[in-house]
Design a protein around this ligand. Structure first.
Ligand code: SDX
Length: 416
């Protein structure tokens, strides 16, 4: 076992080094405080591994993303979202019989109770769809008490999530919710529940988008799901926490902000340069939404695939000149030629083009991140399950370095 040495306050310490299956190196600091009375200090965890995992591998420098060893480009081309859900949660792609049985389970559990529909309809008008999704998610333990059999609870949640999304969409359009026909095709069933009809092009677009969003190792929302799950909170509470973390504009909420940014540029005579300058101005909180990534210091492979899909979907829909897409491409070109973005290795991420497709498919902007959550659900569940099944799993409880007031006495109020 390779060792790492640390010299601190005149004492030398030795720590084990672990090497992952892709050659990633980690110093095992799990005994650091006990042996050296010190902690590893890494705000925002950019250099800290919270776990070892067999689910998803990312090489940010090379723009590589693989689910259980399969490249995202391969899966987007040659698998269905049902197969990817099975792969992420179970660890292997299903055989034909396993897929048939899994599809049957998804179909069997696809409907949602009238009481839940009424609960959704009673939510405040104008509530953001991510808040609505989170409230529905956390209330599921009232409709479907967890059974102690995680696999049963998991397949039920995978089956029902698309109904929550379709319910939110139909409510946003003032249209009656359409229950699943318990059809054996997850995507066709979902598209019909959303739009009342389906086409091969729509099914292909949604299938690919959901695959591309399905997991992304220890991102903010997946780490949140693990954190909440580590307290032994139930599946629904853990996933609701992930929904709320994803909502943030720096994370999944960026797909909504990208479209709002592009529309702002469009309304501002399409002058992208002004927004690039704002994004570079440190005194301005504005960031180029859909650009940059904590891990990818190269193209986000998902953004590449979605960019091609955007052209195809718009073409399929007969939209031959989408000004927003043109502005996005012009903005991308300008940013990739700009030293500020090049020096910081800021490339388009998964959120940069996805909103253009969702908008073309008639999804309201406020529901873009709900679509992201639908895709990410199997990834969150896989991460939650992996932590629950980890024999050495403990409750997540980071330490801190305290920098506040040292001990002092409470003075009488007349002396404060
Ligand atoms: C997702 O983690 C995941 O895997 C997430 C995700 C997933 O699938 O789960 O991939 C999904 O969340 C994608 C990211 C969506 N968010 C956005 O598009 C929001 C815009 N992007 C940024 O806010 C930012 O790039 C983050 C949040 C994505 C990453 O932030 P980091 O890693 O904390 O980067 P940083 O703030 O340390 O930035 C480094 C430098 C800074 O400048 P300097 O201090 O070096 O001068 O780059 C600058 C930043 O100011 N910078 C940007 C920028 N992103 C980084 N400047 C302008 N516009 C941007 N978008």
């Amino acid at each position: 076992m390779t060792k790492a040495n640390l010299s601190l306050n005149g004492t030398d310490y030795e720590f084990n080094v672990i090497v992952g299956s892709e050659g990633e190196v980690g110093v095992d600091f799990s005994t650091l405080r006990k042996t050296a009375n010190a902690i590893a200090y890494d705000p925002a965890f950019g250099n800290t591994g919270s776990c070892s995992s067999e689910i998803t591998f990312i090489n940010g420098e090379k723009g590589i993303l693989r689910y259980r060893g399969y490249a995202i480009e391969d899966l987007a081309e040659n698998a269905t979202f049902e197969e990817v859900m099975y792969l992420l949660v179970k660890g292997e792609l299903p055989t034909a019989d396993e897929l048939k049985s899994f599809k049957g389970q998804l179909a069997e559990h696809a409907q949602i109770p009238d009481a839940l529909i009424k609960q959704y309809q009673a939510l405040p008008d104008g509530l953001h769809p991510m808040a609505a999704l989170s409230s529905i998610m956390v209330s599921l333990s009232g409709y479907y008490p967890t059974t102690g059999n995680d696999d049963e609870d998991i397949v039920r949640l995978l089956a029902k999530m698309k109904a929550f999304v379709a319910l939110g969409y139909r409510e946003s359009k003032g249209e009656a919710f359409v229950q699943s026909k318990n059809g054996a095709n997850y995507i066709a069933d979902f598209v019909e529940m959303m739009f009342g009809k389906t086409t091969p092009a729509l099914e292909q677009a949604f299938d690919q988008l959901l695959i591309l969003h399905a997991d992304h190792e220890q991102n903010c929302s997946a780490s949140t799901v693990r954190m909440v799950g580590s307290s032994q909170a139930n599946l629904y509470a853990s996933i609701a926490a992930g929904v709320n973390a994803l909502w943030g504009p720096l994370h999944g909420g960026a797909n909504q902000k990208v479209i709002e940014m592009l529309e702002m540029i469009q309304n501002d005579d399409g002058d992208a340069s002004k927004y690039l300058d704002k994004a570079k101005d440190k005194s301005d909180a504005f960031r180029l939404m859909g650009f940059g990534h904590r891990v990818y210091k190269n193209f986000d492979p998902r953004a590449k695939i979605i960019k091609v899909a955007a052209d195809e979907v718009l073409d399929d829909l007969g939209i031959d000149d989408d000004e927003t897409l043109d502005i996005a491409k012009a903005l991308e070109k300008a940013a990739l030629e700009d030293p500020y973005f090049k020096d910081r290795k800021l490339y388009p991420n998964v959120d940069f083009y996805s909103g253009i497709i969702y908008r073309a498919l008639g999804i309201p902007t406020g529901m873009f991140t709900v679509m992201f959550a639908l895709g990410r659900l199997p990834g969150w569940i896989a991460q939650w399950k992996e932590w629950r099944e980890e024999p050495k799993s403990r409750i997540h409880r980071p330490r801190q370095i305290y920098t506040g007031a040292t001990e002092r006495k409470v003075p009488p109020i007349t002396e404060r």
